[in-house]
Design a protein around this ligand. Structure first.
Ligand code: 3VV
Length: 160
């Protein structure tokens, strides 16, 4: 597995880079980090009880955030541009027990049709059970728009 560099992780971006899911500077956020394994993008995150819905169960909205974010980073790393979620369908298959510890989320590009990238993502609990999955449609911007409007830094910035 190859670690993906976070190109915005620079002290000068403190206060500006606030992504709830991936900013290391958002103390209320998930502070995700990413790895690449062949055609998959992966993140791992350790839930705490403050992220529960029902007692002991990771809130479905947080699960959706994890599944969405892997799509966003997949577009940046695999399609080498930026995009926004235009649609996502989440299937909650089994409760994600917070007590089972670190969850793993994996995403994969399925197809690109015009400006829409179809992405599949799955969330596994601490026992490795697939507990949720999503089919995402990402609207993918041309690279020049991504750079001009979405602070996309170019693919090289994601690797050491
Ligand atoms: C200094 C520090 C910097 C820090 C930087 C932070 C870094 C953060 C790092 C990492 C974050 C990763 C986060 C990813 C995960 C999170 C994902 C989300 O939560 S995304 C939010 C939820 N989703 C939405 O908000 C979509 C809302 N929906 C829409 O905007 C529309 O429905 C859309 C775009 C999905 C489809 O709209 P249509 O079908 O009408 O498309 P049309 O209007 O043709 O194009 C949209 C825009 O793209 C331009 N565009 C399209 N194709 C173009 C082309 N070929 N050339 C030039 N422009 C083009 C168009 O000109 C238009 O721009 P015009 O709105 O007019 O300004």
């Amino acid at each position: 597995m190859k670690k993906i560099r976070n190109p915005w992780k620079e002290p000068k971006n403190i206060g500006e880079y606030n992504c709830f899911a991936c900013s290391p500077y958002n103390s209320s956020g998930l502070q995700l980090e990413f790895w690449e394994n062949h055609d998959e993008l992966i993140t791992k995150w350790n839930p705490e009880r403050s992220y529960e819905g029902w007692i002991g169960v990771l809130h479905g909205g947080i699960q959706a955030t994890l599944l969405d974010e892997i799509g966003g980073w997949l577009v940046m790393v695999k399609l080498k541009t930026a995009g926004v979620t235009s649609n996502m369908q989440v299937s909650y298959l089994k409760p994600v027990k917070v007590s089972k510890g670190e969850v793993t989320v994996k995403g994969k590009l399925e197809s690109v049709e015009g400006r829409i990238a179809k992405i599949s993502a799955s969330l596994y609990d601490g026992d490795g059970e697939e507990c949720a999955k999503a089919e995402l449609s990402y609207f993918v911007f041309p690279e020049n728009i991504a750079k001009a409007r979405y602070q996309y830094p170019g693919i090289d910035a994601f690797y050491d």
